[in-house]
Design a protein around this ligand. Structure first.
Ligand code: AMP
Length: 118
């Protein structure tokens, strides 16, 4: 069940501001408010999807295509294609998801550590 009052839904409705990087018909990308790396961006669909599982089952092909292409566009805009980056999404309790609106994190700007730290 999608929570219309989650923080990213409020950003999409323009109720709270964001530091925008990229926007198109289906996607919004903005800087993470609490960056974990020198560059930390978030790429989200404009549609109401809780997580990647929800998106993969319900999103239209054009939404899926737009989201994947937007990740490439954001990487271009941020100038991190050559140096490299990490793109990940958290889903649910075990995934450590805090905001219940699908988002891809893009981490870059420095050498990243191990993929999983325990
Ligand atoms: P996750 O744990 O994968 O759900 O990640 C949620 C991310 O959203 C965290 O990295 C937060 O720092 C980020 N975040 C929370 N509120 C905001 C906001 N208002 N603007 C930008 N990023 C946010």
């Amino acid at each position: 069940m999608y929570d219309e009052n989650n923080i990213f839904a409020k950003i999409l409705r323009g109720e709270i501001p964001c530091n925008k990087i990229y926007e198109d018909q289906f996607v919004l990308a903005f800087k993470d408010i609490n960056p974990q790396t020198k560059i930390h961006a978030l790429v989200i669909p404009k549609g109401a999807y809780v997580d990647l599982d929800d998106f993969s089952k319900k999103a239209k092909n054009e939404e899926i295509e737009a989201l994947v292409r937007a990740i490439g566009k954001v990487a271009d805009i941020l100038g991190i294609v050559e140096s490299g980056f990490r793109c990940l999404t958290n889903k649910g309790h075990n995934g450590g998801q805090e905001v219940p609106h699908l988002h891809f994190h893009i981490f870059a700007g420095e050498k990243l550590g191990r993929m999983i730290n325990r």
